[in-house]
Design a protein around this ligand. Structure first.
Ligand code: PRP
Ligand code: URA
Length: 209
């Protein structure tokens, strides 16, 4: 079964708590999405391969290590995933970005695809799919499926809040995909919202409600 990492770092827990607060403004919420994504990125890239190099410091030659040319792509699920992208690119500036547009049909909760644009060489890249919310898991499941159709074999999923239902669905349908969530919540309500969650992440990032 795939590994699921739930973050217990105090900085992440604190920031997620502020995000949950319904009084937090869109501006602050947006900033926090980026900050949490950046902290999570640190752990999600822990297995990047390194190579030995020599570098001349002002004092001597140092035997040092650098990332060995691994190609990465960050793929946000639109809209809300966009809120995580810039922060991750700050950490991995050479990553390419692919976009998948999906929205949940409010009646069926099934994901509807409306946009998809990937880097040309996506099949050669390790992919990190980002979306603040993993609820039923329908959107992430569909996104992983699309990306696998391009030939990608190394995929990670990074979400800020996950529901047990969503995590279980990805583990069942994509046992090869490693999952990172900043918090694992209790359950989904009748409208498919994560409880206690933080509401509609897209609306809170973009101020559309
Ligand atoms: C939200 C969220 C995920 C999806 C999670 O997007 O950002 O993409 O719902 O739900 P699921 O796990 O049940 O599929 P939404 O459909 O509200 O679109 P938006 O990002 O455009 O607001
Ligand atoms: N999408 C959201 O934005 N929030 C939820 O709680 C569930 C799905």
């Amino acid at each position: 079964m795939n590994k699921v990492t739930v973050f217990d770092h105090p900085l992440i827990q604190h920031k997620v708590t502020v995000m949950r607060d319904k009084e937090t403004s869109s501006k602050e919420f947006r900033e926090l999405v980026g900050e949490v994504a950046q902290l999570m990125c640190y752990e999600a890239t822990r297995d990047l391969p390194l190579e030995e190099v020599e570098v001349e410091t002002p004092v001597a030659t140092a035997k040092a290590r650098r990332i060995s040319g691994k190609k990465l792509a960050v793929v946000p699920i639109l809209r809300a995933g966009l809120g995580m992208v810039d922060a991750i690119l700050t950490m991995i500036p050479n990553a390419k970005v692919g976009h998948i547009g999906l929205y949940r049909d409010p009646e069926t909760l099934n994901p509807v695809k409306y946009y998809c644009k990937m880097p040309k060489d996506i099949a050669e890249r390790d992919v990190i799919i980002v979306d603040p919310m993993l609820a039923t898991g329908g959107s992430a499941d569909a996104a992983i499926e699309f990306i696998k159709e391009y030939g990608c074999r190394h995929i990670k999923l990074m979400c800020i809040i996950g529901a047990p239902e969503g995590v279980a669905r990805i583990r069942k349908n994509h046992p090869d995909v490693e999952i990172f969530v900043a918090a694992l919540d209790e359950y989904l309500n009748d409208h498919g919202y994560i409880v206690p969650g933080l509401g509609d992440a897209g609306d809170r990032i973009f101020g559309t409600k």
